[in-house]
Design a binder for this molecule. Structure first.
Ligand code: BDP
Length: 335
């Protein structure tokens, strides 16, 4: 009898699973069977605000195409780390992704400007620029890198977190700090006297735990959700960078779409921004509260000038390369 009951339970569970996973879906119910089945690669977990932005985008595309264009979001780096995902998107093997501008800079140099330190004053300045003509043109310029930028998403500002407390620039001397895989980031860490260790995002947690690195840097939502706070508990809010996130489609895929579908996809991407930004702002606050509750020591930086002075050589090194971009960013401040 007992066996029969557990068998029945198993059958029920399996049927629930089958309905849950089946490609079932909204698409088939909403109209025609999908003509396109695309994949979107995302590094963050399923409930992260940015992933929820991706999902909003996919939902709008499905709805507006009446089920013809289905985009499945693969969170948690299931399709790979950002650098390898970008390569696959260039080839059209993965159709969509959302990545940070930092690794993107290795594929399209112009995006490196976003990794330069302290070029934006605050979030408002960032969005003034991103929503302006110049910021939007940069998305189009990705075409020469076999990519097509669709929209920007928020990612707040990045700050250091370390095993031993860091209270000033001097405390960073000699520490091994993980950086995103880009040249500007390497230079930035070196200028601060630390030793830059590039590695994919997914390896940072074990790197911190095993002591391969002494620290890393990111925004508070990433520090929290990637569990880095469990390994190192000192967070200094120096806010050295504000690196926008980019939602993109492969140029290979883009070229195959009708003009009408391209418009639909672009518009859906733009319309998903409000959802991502709203969720982002809420989660940024929530994650600071959670970090505090988890016993993280948070150090505010009241005077950012010594930090800006230390990284000035980075600005000097790149100011000629990014002359026009930096001028446009500065102009967005005045608005
Ligand atoms: C996060 C970005 C993510 C990057 C990660 C990193 O959202 O795209 O992969 O930082 O540091 O803030 O690699």
């Amino acid at each position: 009898m007992k066996k029969l009951v557990s068998l029945a339970v198993l059958v029920v569970m399996l049927s629930i699973l089958a309905t849950g996973c089946g490609s079932s879906s909204t698409a088939d119910k909403k109209g025609e069977a999908p003509k396109y089945n695309f994949r979107l690669a995302e590094t963050h977990p399923a409930d992260y605000p940015t992933t929820l932005g991706d999902k909003k985008f996919a939902e709008l595309v499905l709805e507006r195409s009446k089920g013809r264009i289905k985009i499945d979001v693969f969170p948690a780096a299931q399709l790979g780390e950002e650098k390898s995902v970008i390569e696959q998107v260039q080839l059209g093997a993965i159709e969509f992704t959302r990545v940070s501008s930092s690794p993107l800079a290795e594929f399209n140099k112009q995006f490196g400007v976003y990794s330069l330190p302290y070029i934006f004053d605050n979030d408002e300045h960032v969005w003034n620029f991103l929503n302006g003509e110049y910021g939007q043109k940069m998305l189009d310029n990705l075409e020469k890198s076999k990519l097509k930028g669709l929209a920007y998403y928020s990612s707040g500002s990045r700050s250091f977190y370390t095993k031993k407390p860091v209270k000033s620039v001097a405390d960073l001397q000699g520490l091994k700090i993980r950086v995103q895989q880009s040249k500007v980031n390497m230079d930035l860490i070196s200028a601060l006297g630390a030793s830059a260790t590039p590695m994919p995002y997914g390896e940072v947690f074990s790197g911190l735990q095993t002591g391969v690195i002494d620290g890393a840097e990111n925004n508070s939502p990433s520090y929290l959700t990637a569990n880095h706070f469990q390994a190192v508990k000192n967070f200094i809010l120096d806010g050295h960078q504000r690196v926008p996130e980019v939602l993109m489609i492969s140029k290979v895929t883009w070229d195959k779409l009708s003009e009408e579908d391209r418009k639909l996809i672009k518009q859906a991407a733009m319309d998903s921004v409000a959802t991502q930004r709203d969720l982002w702002d809420k989660f940024e606050k929530e994650s600071m509260d959670k970090l505090k509750a988890a016993g993280v020591t948070i150090t505010e930086v009241t005077d950012v000038k010594p930090w800006q002075a230390a990284v000035k050589p980075v600005i000097d090194k790149y100011s000629a390369d990014y002359k026009d971009d930096l001028a446009a960013i500065a102009a967005a401040r005045k608005k």
